[in-house]
Design a protein around this ligand. Structure first.
Ligand code: 5GP
Length: 206
């Protein structure tokens, strides 16, 4: 069995990260979603502890001070961060931990965790990105404009990622990510002692 690893998924707001992550999680039991902490106000239908841990700025700053976050960033107009403990516990169990985070967070992870895998989700076109932001009707016009402007800045960082996936159809995007995961699981470096695994006749589990 391959060791657990971090799977970082980034992409501009409206690229469909949330939908793709959900569909990916539904199909793959060995992926655990890392629920982030945020100071953003919940959107209608969002559940505390499921979509995010919604928290005050003060509590967020305490978590930063206590070094409870693996990474954190100020995105658009709010703080977002990844709780450390959950990630480490899941990796220890051999799980793939999915972090749906922005480029600033991804770059922090890249510096510290060499074994992490980085995927950038792209919209088919920038016009389509704007359409999706408008259509989902969860932000004010001003927020949509901020997110759309930020999308162009985020695209500058696509070269820092290992893979890109275009989200034209959710099912196709999920399938591409599954292929990436399948290949990553077969990296020799993810198997502490490949010879021992083979000799133990565990080839089927590799
Ligand atoms: P939203 O407000 O649309 O849920 O998320 C806004 C942005 O924050 C998205 O790009 C999302 O990926 C990013 N984000 C969510 N959680 C985290 C996190 O824990 N850390 C960082 N750096 N970004 C996050």
């Amino acid at each position: 069995m391959s060791a657990g690893f971090l799977l970082v998924l980034s992409g501009p707001s409206g690229s469909g990260k949330g939908t793709v992550s959900e569909a990916l999680m539904e199909k793959n039991e060995d992926i655990s979603f890392s629920t982030s902490v945020t100071t953003r106000t919940p959107r209608p239908g969002e559940v505390n502890g499921e979509n995010y841990f919604f928290t005050s700025i003060e509590d967020f700053e305490n978590m930063v001070e206590e070094e409870e976050l693996l990474e954190y960033a100020f995105v658009h107009t709010n703080y977002y961060g990844t709780p450390k403990k959950f990630v480490f516990d899941e990796i220890e169990k051999g799980e793939i931990v999915l972090l749906e985070i922005d480029v600033q967070g991804a770059l922090q992870i890249k510096k510290r965790y060499k074994e992490a895998v980085f995927i950038f989700l792209l919209p088919p076109t920038m016009d389509e990105l704007r359409n999706r932001l408008v259509k989902r009707d969860t932000e004010t016009e001003e927020e949509i404009n901020t997110r759309f402007k930020n999308a162009f800045k985020e695209l500058d960082f696509v070269g820092e990622y290992d893979y890109f996936v275009v989200n034209n159809e959710v099912d196709d995007a999920v399938e591409s990510i599954e292929h990436i995961i399948a290949a990553e699981k077969l990296r020799v470096k993810r198997h502490k002692d490949i010879k021992k695994e083979v000799l133990a006749e565990k080839k089927g589990d590799l």
